[in-house]
Design a protein. Structure first.
Length: 130
């Protein structure tokens, strides 16, 4: 399941600990124990401490999500690395459509019997506030 952090300033929901963080885990356990004992004051204290920790130590991760930039198209390219001793070196050139790369590979393989390719993919990413 994808971790969807609660922004530290969102008081409508309990803060979500960052997976793998010992401090987050400790504070979440403290909160769960307080909830199990029906100690709402201690539960609130643990939430306050967890929000403070998230803001201080995980702000860059919890305040943003990474998405592919919709204003640009991804870039695909394929290079033939078949050959004996040295790689063929033929290249598809850059394309925005992966199907064009695959068509080029099929054509090149048909013409040369080369079957090994190094493919590259590049895009732009945007950090969007949650």
């Amino acid at each position: 399941m994808l971790h969807q952090p609660v922004p530290p300033d969102d008081l409508s929901r309990p803060p979500v600990p960052v997976p793998g963080c010992g401090t987050c885990t400790e504070l979440a356990i403290r909160r769960d124990d307080a909830r199990a004992r029906c100690n709402r004051s201690a539960e609130t204290d643990a939430n306050v401490l967890l929000r403070h920790h998230l803001r201080r130590d995980h702000a860059s991760r919890t305040a943003y999500t990474i998405v592919q930039d919709p204003s640009t198209k991804p870039h695909y390219e394929s290079h033939c690395v078949s050959g004996t001793g040295t790689a063929c070196g033929a290249s598809s050139g850059p394309h925005h459509d992966r199907a064009q790369i695959e068509d080029w590979q099929h054509t090149h393989t048909h013409q040369t019997q080369h079957t090994r390719y190094r493919r590259t993919f590049a895009d732009y990413a945007v950090m969007e506030p949650l």
